[in-house]
Design a protein around this ligand. Structure first.
Ligand code: CA
Length: 379
């Protein structure tokens, strides 16, 4: 634990995490239940990067500046001679905004158990894993403009669920994922070994999915209208520097990956919890992700595709190999055939109007906060 002079309540972010977000027109660092106005405590040069209501300039500044700012913050919070400076810069809690401009959004499909389960549910007649799955991280380009901050209402989407049958989805689902936030742009391929020169940090992602729209449109991935209505992200970007204690070896990869996907880099051992109306329905294991963030970044740029500040790429639904560690209702209810029973006695195959889903994650003392959304009826 990092010792701090600052009295912090038991809940909220501590000095081990120091994530970044935007509340009102200020870039802030949440501490317990307060917010630290970042520009008010930094030296002039880095302060200029966080003077506006967005993380974009800070993300683009790169690893040396990211490390400098984190070192300044750690010093401020661990040496009580800075007490008056910090206390003058503390603000009351407020509602966070989407903290950066989402440039492009990519969603991968990198948890083996999830890919196996989805294949078995959607295409029982075919091999569960697509042929390329163990040779490269499969993904698709999503819709950056509908990535929204936690708390944004989830309006039940309408779509074609069969020939001529256009109506509100009745198979609205979640997908518990990690999202990697790109800071430094690239003009072409990024070597797997260089991923940390570009990736700043991590958010939690809920890739809301309409399974009936998805499966009529295109099985199994269905990356178009079954997904593009909304993707929610947690409001606090946790820097990779805070997560180094959670770096672990990824699962063994067999067959050996192609050269551009090596070195694999670390996996992340994060403990996720998925709550439906406050009740824990799953604890997906991030360490089960077969493909790493380094490999995903190397692959998505391998064809020369450029990278921009604010690019967001998500891991794909995180599922483990036991029924209490599955990252979506499609798997938790096995295609709706085994409904969940909630503590109030009600059952769910998929989400009902009024349901609230919250995904949270921790790694020891480090918190990733949470991403939450409540379902609203189709208008
Ligand atoms: Ca997804």
């Amino acid at each position: 634990m990092t010792a701090t002079w600052l009295p912090l309540p038991a809940t909220g972010f501590g000095p081990e995490t120091l994530p970044y977000g935007v509340v009102g027109d200020r870039v802030v660092v949440p501490l317990g239940e307060s917010l630290l106005d970042l520009a008010a405590v930094l030296p002039p040069e880095p302060a200029a990067l966080v003077a506006g209501p967005s993380l974009d300039p800070f993300l683009a500044a790169g690893p040396a500046v990211w490390a400098e700012v984190r070192a300044v913050l750690t010093d401020l919070l661990t040496d009580d001679r800075h007490r008056s400076l910090v206390e003058r810069a503390l603000r009351p809690a407020g509602t966070p905004r989407l903290p950066f401009t989402v440039a492009d959004y990519v969603d991968f499909y990198s948890a083996e158990q999830h890919a196996l389960n989805v294949g078995r549910i959607f295409r029982p007649e075919a091999p569960a894993l697509p042929p390329a799955w163990k040779h490269l991280p499969i993904g698709y380009h999503g819709r950056a403009g509908t990535v929204a901050v936690s708390g944004t209402p989830v309006v039940r989407p309408r779509g074609l669920v069969g020939p001529g049958d256009f109506r509100p989805t009745d198979r609205l689902d979640i997908e518990a994922e990690l999202g990697f936030v790109v800071g430094v742009p690239a003009a072409g391929p990024v070597a797997a070994a260089d991923w940390r020169e570009h990736v700043f940090g991590v958010v939690l992602v809920n890739d809301w999915s309409a399974r009936d729209i998805q499966s009529f449109e295109y099985r199994p991935l269905g990356p178009f209208l079954g997904k593009s209505f909304l993707t929610s992200v947690s409001p606090w970007v946790v820097p990779l520097a805070a997560l180094e204690g959670a770096f672990v070896d990824p699962p063994a990869q067999d067959p050996a990956p192609a050269a551009h996907l090596l070195p694999a880099g670390p996996g992340l051992d994060l403990a996720l919890e998925v709550r439906l109306n406050g009740h824990v329905i799953s604890r997906p294991p991030a360490s089960a992700l077969y493909w790493t963030a380094a490999q995903q970044l190397a692959h998505l740029t391998a064809n020369g595709a450029t990278l921009r500040t604010g690019d967001l790429y998500a891991s794909g639904t995180i599922s483990g190999d036991t029924p209490d560690r599955l990252g979506c209702l499609l798997e938790l209810t096995w295609g709706g055939t085994r409904p969940l029973t909630l503590p109030d006695g009600s059952t769910r195959s998929y989400l009902a109007d009024g349901d609230t889903v919250t995904i949270s994650a921790t790694a020891g003392p480090v918190s990733l906060g949470s991403v939450s959304g409540t379902v609203r009826p189709s208008p």
